[in-house]
Design a protein around this ligand. Structure first.
Ligand SMILES: Cc1cc2nc3c(=O)[nH]c(=O)nc-3n(C[C@H](O)[C@H](O)[C@H](O)COP(=O)(O)OP(=O)(O)OC[C@H]3O[C@@H](n4cnc5c(N)ncnc54)[C@H](O)[C@@H]3O)c2cc1C
Length: 422
């Protein structure tokens, strides 16, 4: 088997953008490994529009957006293998994969880019009482069935969870002639983007019931009804608030989990908040030369940010190869911490020498905040205090740090991002 400088695990938008950036940064030895039969990742089943407004200033469908990057990969002659499952990444960056033509094979890589995306939280992880009849799907599975396989999962639908996939599937099922009776959301706020609530629920008169959950599923062979109930602040159902909906389908859109089994077994340090790797300013994990980007790093709301982040991972992988291991043992890192309503930051540390002139730090808030401030502290000194009309857990936030500003604060040890009322 040939050796490669950079092996990219996953050929979704993150893997594609990282490959293009690495090639444009001057590396000619790149291999993308993708387990599916085509490149493009989850975007292939997202046939709605709304992709690419930031990157291309156009509204594209998911497959159109993916194709813009696939075309660049093809035009640049970047190598890829489809139907190829990566089974293991060793700490020394030896990648083990398998497919039908090559069988099991290993590639000793100089750098590895993790771009495996995420998967949906299944019913088993949700503790819903009731039978286990047919007719319960994750929203993404239903999306694949309708948009790619050409099957309708059902005609009368209840959706649990208001993540973006659930919202988009509420509209999709309606357009295909199904009746979506309700979207129930456990939290007092939606998990999805505001624009999806307006365009996918409000425009079609589909009710969104916040602070509600499913308390019963009826039907032995197939779903016949679903009962939801209001929950209190402790998220426990309130007796007497039950509403029963006859239906044949229950779609679950209750969160996404970054696919990090490979990262974990390689010894990559993980964040308990994002369930993705902990990375520095270069999007490099604790294993030198192993980088992460896209939904495997943290779940993104917009693919444009995935592409932008992945570009940085690709460029930094090339820098790593050209410069060798860049960390000396007692090198100083500036820590970035998230507190008071900010849940996490990506990245979570900065090496000032390697930082680019501008660094985008992304984070999410843990609740809905109105007319509050995003504050940034350099040690104890507040250096940024930006008012935002509204912040919600479903939407990613960002701040941009300037290298010159960090350099002015000699001896800076910690940057803190927090949400303040005033
Ligand atoms: C239903 C839905 C609707 C969305 N709507 C919008 C929208 O309207 N606008 C927008 O901007 N964004 C939207 N997004 C978000 C956007 O699609 C994602 O942010 C983006 O696809 C993430 O890219 P990724 O490359 O990180 O992951 P993915 O697209 O998931 O790609 C990961 C790839 O890695 C491969 N892989 C995983 N493990 C392995 C392995 N072990 N070996 C080999 N290959 C592997 C997978 O097969 C997959 O192809 C939506 C997402 C979903 C799910």
């Amino acid at each position: 088997m040939k050796t490669y400088d950079i092996v990219i695990v996953g050929g979704g938008p993150a893997g594609l953008a990282a490959a293009v950036a690495a090639k444009e940064a001057g590396n000619d030895s790149i291999l993308i490994l993708e387990r599916d039969h085509e490149l493009g990742g989850i975007l292939n089943q997202c046939i709605h529009n709304g992709f690419g407004l930031h990157t291309f200033k156009e509204e594209l469908t998911g497959p159109e957006y993916a194709y813009r990057f696939i075309k660049q990969v093809l035009d640049l002659g970047i190598e890829y293998k489809l139907n190829t499952m990566v089974m293991d990444i060793a700490p020394d960056k030896t990648v083990t994969a398998m497919n039908r033509e090559d069988g099991m094979f290993t590639i000793p890589a100089k750098a590895v880019i993790l771009a495996m995306g995420c998967r949906e939280r299944p019913r088993g992880a949700l503790n819903i009482p009731g039978y286990r009849p047919a007719g319960i799907f994750s929203a993404g599975t239903a999306q694949r069935l309708v948009n790619i396989e050409g099957y309708m999962p059902g005609r009368e639908v209840v959706i649990l969870g208001s993540g973006d996939i659930g919202l988009i599937m509420a509209r999709r099922m309606t357009l295909e002639g199904a009746k979506v009776k309700v979207v129930a959301e456990l939290m007092p706020y939606s998990g999805g983007l505001k624009r999806n609530i307006v365009q996918c629920l409000d425009d079609y008169g589909i009710p969104l019931k916040l602070s509600h959950t499913v308390v019963d599923i009826e039907g032995k062979d197939h779903v016949t009804a679903v009962t939801i109930a209001k929950v209190g602040p402790d998220r426990k159902p309130i007796p007497g608030t039950e509403i029963r909906y006859t239906c044949d389908t229950l779609l679950l859109s209750c969160g996404l989990i970054p696919e990090n089994e490979l990262s974990r077994s390689a010894g990559v340090k993980m964040s308990p908040v994002t369930s993705g790797p902990v990375v520095n300013e270069s999007l490099e994990t604790n294993i030198p030369g192993v980088f992460a980007c896209g939904n495997v790093l943290h779940v993104h709301d917009l693919v444009d940010y995935v592409s932008e982040e992945a570009k940085r991972a690709g460029e930094n992988a090339v820098k790593y190869i050209n410069e060798g291991c860049r960390d000396s043992e007692n090198q100083d890192f500036i820590e970035i911490a998230a507190t008071d309503g900010a849940r996490y930051t990506v990245p979570s540390s900065i090496n000032l020498d390697r930082m680019s002139d501008l660094l985008t730090v992304r984070f999410r808030v843990g609740d809905v905040y109105k007319d509050s401030f995003v504050s940034v502290y350099f040690d104890d000194e507040r250096i940024l205090h930006n008012q935002k009309r509204i912040m919600a857990p479903g939407e990613m936030e960002q701040i941009i740090l300037k290298k010159s500003q960090l350099k002015e604060h000699e001896g800076l040890k910690k940057i803190t991002v927090k949400i303040e009322a005033e």
